[in-house]
Design a binder for this molecule. Structure first.
Ligand code: SDX
Length: 442
């Protein structure tokens, strides 16, 4: 009997080999369901005494995940296998949140129960208002969000018990989703010196959030639809900087709320989620400088100038960010429907036009990313610029929850990267007296 089947490529386990000196080592290769390939180096140091190094982890995977797939070269993004274009067009943020967290689109009963649980737990402890009151009103909203998210683990100590029953652990993650709209609304109203509005248990998740933020009289369907779309587009994005932070903090058996608070901090950076605020600040600066986009594109290309075109470029997308395409259309729609003519949008379009036709950006595959247009929509919807990254966090909340939950379900080990030491080699201690003597002698 010929056992050719075992020799067939589809069954043969692919290996990579490296040669170090006169020794050859075979490393196994794993292939994902979308045919991504990875060389498994989990035993490399034991086998060879060598580690790998990869500043910024541009070539290094930290996990095998079933939540989000993206292909940067082709501009593809899918949540649990569903293309982002279809979800943005046909689904709701709550339905997509359920999909990310539990792995499947809910049936009607599951969706109704999820929404009912979110409503049941949508209030926040009164004491959180006292924490907010302790902040300077003009303190950055991300500082407020980071602190209050971590504080939830003090108000809900059951969240610290990672051995709790599945039902109790599920309630802990539902509470985070449920309370984020009120927390974000309170943060905006605290920042604007406005009184807080109570949760509207009769409204859906997004409508309740907008009502708590702006008051129910100012919110209409066009705005709710745009907000749903924006939150869906921000819901997850595989192992980006803030999600990897949530995972590495969660890998120490840290509770969900503190892990997500760490993710909020990572998202704040202008190279990451803070870019949507930085985009508007950049557009405003260009507008106030006379709107000469060519001058600013030249600055972005100048290696001696630290200025970068915020909202352009992406660590993974070397094609158009699929979310940017959807947001750009939503941006045009919402501005037309609301009758807004925003000079900043015109500058954004001129910048996009200039950059997309400039070899510097084309050669480096720098295209507009999700943040390039999202700030303009948030601005059109009436949010203050400093709130934009908080809104990014509101959208990313289900993704962070899903990724933290997956890490725990997969019982992944504590994250602890290695390093290559490049400091001083061993030397003996010198007393301060002798150090003084040698200093004087010099
Ligand atoms: C998000 O990872 C995610 O998934 C993140 C995110 C998510 O959903 O979670 O998608 C959200 O964070 C989107 C990115 C938002 N950030 C910005 O828009 C900030 C501006 N963009 C850049 O700072 C930059 O593009 C990064 C940080 C996004 C990516 O940087 P990389 O991958 O580390 O690339 P790099 O810095 O090595 O740049 C490569 C080259 C360099 O030029 P050379 O040295 O080759 O000559 O491209 C240049 C860079 O100078 N470059 C830019 C540029 N971005 C890169 N030049 C001008 N303007 C820019 N924006």
């Amino acid at each position: 009997m010929i056992i050719f089947a075992l020799q067939h490529p589809i069954f043969m386990s692919e290996t990579a080999s490296i040669t170090l000196g006169d020794k050859k080592y075979d490393l196994s290769v794993i292939t994902g369901t979308e045919n991504e390939k990875a060389i498994d180096i989990s035993k490399l140091r034991d086998q060879t005494g060598y580690i790998t190094i990869d500043s910024g982890y541009k070539n290094t995977g930290c996990t095998k995940s079933a939540i989000t797939f993206l292909d940067g070269e082709k501009g593809i993004l899918k949540y649990r296998g569903y293309p982002i274009e279809q979800l943005a067009e046909k689904s709701s943020f709550i339905e997509v949140s359920y999909l990310l967290i539990y792995g499947e689109l809910p049936n009607q009963l599951q969706l109704d129960n999820f929404e009912a649980l979110l409503k049941e737990h949508s209030d926040v402890p009164e004491e959180l208002k006292a924490i907010l009151a302790a902040f300077p009103q003009d303190g950055h909203p991300m500082a407020k969000l980071c602190s209050i998210t971590a504080a939830l683990s003090a108000f809900f100590p059951e969240s610290l018990n990672l051995q709790a029953s599945k039902a109790e652990q599920n309630l802990t993650l539902v509470k985070l989703m449920a309370k984020f709209p009120a927390i974000v609304a309170y943060i905006q109203r605290h920042t604007l010196g406005q009184s807080y509005l109570s949760t509207d248990k009769n409204a859906d998740y997004v409508t309740n959030f907008m009502n708590m933020t702006f008051g129910s009289s100012t919110v209409d369907e066009v705005v709710i639809d745009a907000m749903n779309k924006l939150l869906i587009l921000h819901a997850d994005h595989e192992q980006n900087c803030s999600t990897s932070t949530v995972r590495i903090v969660g890998s120490s058996d840290c509770n969900l709320y503190a892990s997500v608070a760490a993710g909020v901090a990572a998202l704040w950076g202008p190279l990451h989620g803070g870019a949507n605020q930085a985009v508007i600040e950049m557009l405003e600066k260009i507008k106030n400088d006379g709107g000469d986009t060519a001058k600013w594109v030249a600055k972005a290309k100048d290696k001696n100038d630290s200025f970068r075109l915020m909202g352009f470029g992406h660590r993974v997308y070397k094609n158009f960010d699929p979310r940017a395409k959807i947001i750009k259309k939503a941006c045009d729609d919402i501005l037309n429907k609301l009758g807004i003519n925003d000079p900043v949008l015109n500058i954004a379009k001129q910048l996009e036009e200039a950059a997309l036709n400039d070899p510097y950006f084309a050669d480096r595959k720098l295209y507009p990313n999700v943040d390039f247009y999202s700030g303009i929509i948030y601005r059109a919807l009436g949010f203050p610029t400093e709130m934009f990254t908080v809104l990014f966090a509101l959208g990313r909340c289900p993704g962070w929850i899903a990724q933290w939950k997956e890490l725990r379900e997969n019982k992944e080990p504590i994250g602890r990267p290695r390093q290559v030491y490049v400091g001083e080699t061993e030397r003996d201690f010198v007393s301060i007296e002798d150090r003084q003597k040698s200093a004087v002698a010099q």
